[in-house]
Design a binder for this molecule. Structure first.
Ligand SMILES: [Zn+2]
Length: 314
């Protein structure tokens, strides 16, 4: 094992991770280290002073050893307990903090995600426990419902979800019908920036335009293909259309290659990591994928801290 000092040579840029599992385990060797991290991020920068809600001022807090090994710090003036996990997904969880942190480490140190099956193998937890942890991390920490709207040049496209047709469908009408019965995912991506993915009820009309209005700022410049459902939005956004149905895919700066490329990676990545995702949970998997894309510049170490920080902000 490498020595625990900060002067280790930096890992090569091409390395797939800049936060090795060795480093992670050194930072968070046990439940106490994870709890201390939450205490310091949520309540006490120096680990000793914190605001006591009961005294309504800053006090010295201590962690007293108790028989049940209480997960709290105590105000030395009034005896009030502060629980660093209160209000987070970790609170009253029968799964240990160390496992939660490890699950978040694994989710932020892979390019395409990790399945509950893999987590079961790596951490030796039951499959159901692993799945439940992942599901809560996805739905509660990675959802982008409150993120600011997309701006700038935004490419928008829809894609069908749920496998390919069993045989190639030549007939145009038949192909359209097949597509009609698939789940539709709407993708909106800022060129060089963030992505937003949404499962929508239908690729036509209101559900599609409603999703665009919710997630794309009116100041944005929209780029889409000539699918008719985008038409009502023409009055509300500056807009360029690429005429896919006439076989044109790029016209100068006008194309939807960014979002189409993203869909390609998304499908390959999801197939690789998860095999099959049911419609019920699809949105949360999309959120995870988008979250990773939107934090891609941060590097794995800060992605991990970002995610734990999200839990601490709850
Ligand atoms: Zn107090």
């Amino acid at each position: 094992m490498p020595p625990a000092n900060r002067n280790e040579p930096r890992r090569a840029r091409s390395s797939s991770s800049d936060y090795s599992v060795t480093e992670f385990l050194r930072d968070f060797p046990d439940d106490a280290a994870c709890l201390d991290y939450l205490w310091r991020t949520r309540h006490s920068a120096d680990g000793e002073h914190a605001h006591c809600p009961k005294c309504d001022c800053e006090r010295v807090f201590r962690r007293y050893a108790t028989k049940q090994q209480r997960q709290s710090w105590t105000c030395t003036a009034c005896g009030h307990h502060v629980h660093p996990t209160a209000g987070t997904i970790f609170h009253r969880s029968s799964t240990s903090l160390r496992l939660w942190f490890h699950a978040m480490y694994l989710m932020t140190s892979t390019r395409c995600g990790i399945s509950a099956k893999q987590l079961e193998r790596e951490l030796g937890v039951h499959y159901k426990t692993a799945w439940r942890m992942f599901n809560r991390i996805r739905t509660e920490l990675m959802n982008d419902e409150d993120e600011p709207q997309l701006r700038g040049e935004v490419e928008i496209d829809e894609t069908s979800w749920g496998g390919r047709p069993r045989r190639p469908i030549k007939d145009r009408r038949e192909r359209a019908m097949w597509r009609e019965n698939r789940t539709t995912v709407l993708g909106m991506i800022e060129r060089g920036g963030r992505v937003r993915l949404r499962v929508i009820e239908s690729r036509r009309g209101e559900p599609l335009s409603r999703a665009v209005r919710t997630h794309v700022n009116p100041s944005a410049f929209m780029l889409t293909d000539d699918w008719p459902a985008y038409k009502p939005l023409r009055r509300e956004y500056d807009w360029a259309v690429i005429n896919h149905s006439a076989g044109i895919y790029v016209e100068g700066n006008v194309h939807t290659n960014t979002i189409e490329g993203f869909f390609g990676n998304l499908k390959t990545g999801m197939r690789g990591a998860y095999k099959h995702v049911s419609d019920k949970y699809l949105q949360s998997y999309l959120d995870e994928f988008a979250w990773r894309h939107n934090h891609r510049h941060a590097g794995y170490r800060s992605m991990f801290h970002e995610l734990v920080g999200e839990a601490a902000r709850q």
